[in-house]
Design a protein around this ligand. Structure first.
Ligand SMILES: [Zn+2]
Length: 283
């Protein structure tokens, strides 16, 4: 079950399932509690959508203060609507240039690294091995979902970390709902080969149009990897229907901000993070 909370001025959601893991901090933030104005009102966390940089910076400052996590411990990647997963090594430097960070998921065992996904209709999926303490955040738009990015993240846990499906928990945050997501044949065709696609791709009376339930598509991918149904938590909130609370790309007509969703393993970092002009390295 998802519930609303408030830290400082920031309103966010948490999953009760993930809250049972006392080694975790996580939040699916709303758009409330920032300083951005107009189309970006108010907690816009993206510098790429036309908002004033100064406002976005202040919003990041508010987030860091509200959760008492230093800014440099948040990790954001480029998000390019593909299915590549950035697996952060447990020690040492993890990337040499921001330009290389074209990923749509991050996975780590590191403590004190808040891994993030930005969304405005796309599905934020959090995946946790509660025994081995491995966490992953996934950005699943239609392209990534069609590529099976949530299944890929679970498979990476199973194959690379020896995870057991019954130890894996997942929380699927607010996204565009089936109520609001009409798609054409280009999108529908991309899903047609997925198992149980009739459960999330619903035909409508209008020829050549379907209603797509992206959250359910991702839930099915995780289920089909053997994760028990009771281990998956769904917010059930539609970003288009709740634009007072969430940024929505489709609902806004395209000009809007991005909310942040993050998850972190608590504990002392075993490294020192620093930045310089060209590099962001970890020692
Ligand atoms: Zn809706």
């Amino acid at each position: 079950m998802f519930s609303f909370f408030k830290a400082g001025q920031i309103e966010y959601l948490q999953s009760s399932l993930l809250n049972e893991c006392d080694f975790l901090i996580h939040a699916f933030c709303t758009r409330r509690g920032g300083v951005s104005q107009d189309d970006y009102e108010s907690l816009n966390m993206s510098f790429k959508e036309g908002d004033e940089d100064n406002h976005v910076l202040q919003n990041w400052g508010r987030l860091a203060a509200a959760f008492n996590i230093p800014l440099e411990q948040f990790l954001v990647v480029n998000q390019v609507h593909k299915d590549d997963i950035f697996v952060v090594k447990p020690y040492g430097g993890y990337f040499s240039s921001r330009a290389e960070l074209d990923y749509d998921a991050i996975m780590t065992t590191r403590a004190d690294l808040a891994i993030c996904v930005k969304t405005a209709d796309c599905v934020p999926v959090f995946i946790v091995d509660r025994v081995k303490k491995v966490i992953a955040v996934v950005h699943a738009g239609w392209r990534g979902s069609a590529l099976g990015i949530s299944a890929k993240a679970v498979q990476t846990l199973l194959n690379n970390y020896g995870s057991s499906p019954q130890d894996i928990l997942a929380a699927i945050g607010p996204s565009i709902g089936q109520c609001c997501y009409q798609v054409d044949s280009v999108v529908a065709d991309a899903f047609i080969k997925q198992k149980d696609c009739e459960e999330f791709l619903i035909t409508v009376k209008k020829a050549g149009r379907w209603m797509l339930n992206l959250a359910e598509a991702n839930r099915r991918q995780i289920l089909n990897c053997g994760v028990p149904e009771e281990n998956i938590d769904m917010s059930g909130l539609c970003t288009v229907c709740n634009q007072d609370m969430f940024f929505s790309h489709r609902g806004s007509g395209g000009i809007t901000g991005r909310q942040i969703n993050f998850m972190m393993i608590k504990g002392e970092p075993s490294y020192h993070a620093r930045t310089d002009e060209n590099n962001y390295s970890v020692q």
